[in-house]
Design a binder for this molecule. Sequence first.
Ligand SMILES: C[S@@+](CC[C@H](N)C(=O)[O-])C[C@H]1O[C@@H](n2cnc3c(N)ncnc32)[C@H](O)[C@@H]1O
Length: 175
Amino acid sequence: MLAQPLAQKSLLEIGGGIGSLLFALLKGGVDRVTDIDGSTAYIDVTRQEAAKLGYAGNIDFIHGDFLDHHEKAPVSDIVVLNRVICCYPDMHGLVSRSLDKTKELYGIVYPKDNWLAYLLTPLANLYFKLQRNPFRTFLHPTREVHQLILDHGFEMISRSTTMVWQVCLYRREAG
Ligand SMILES: C[S@@+](CC[C@H](N)C(=O)[O-])C[C@H]1O[C@@H](n2cnc3c(N)ncnc32)[C@H](O)[C@@H]1O
């Protein structure tokens, strides 16, 4: 993604966590950022880090579930969801609404749906359940996520993978 020209672009990050990606993109030239996150603790940490790094004036925060607050989120040049699709049951709603906010580039990081992931996801959720942790992880089929994005008028411009994750970048097609 950093190979793309970022200067003066606006960024919407959904589920920014502690802000590592948004800070990298600010350093790469992005101008305005909106971070919407369901966790106040993560927002507080990101806000403190932004002040330290001199970006306090560049970031707006929205607390809550993106699907509940999507109307407040600005349409932005770049929209990213880094390891967020797998935290959310309604992939269709999350991806569709976030694509509606994207003028140009749409970046997502989410798990590959190979046999290992199909084996490990229920085990991970069983572990969370036994720990009385309400968090659950969701393995959304790559084919469905990819097709939904294409159906919204985007083309894939890059994809790279690790053992677990796929990092996919899409661009809105002209016209
Ligand atoms: C696994 S963490 C990833 C954090 C960060 N993007 C990273 O990769 O380090 C998932 C983040 O997404 C947020 N999140 C998950 N679903 C969300 C939703 N529907 N709306 C807003 N934030 C959400 C969580 O609060 C959390 O900060």
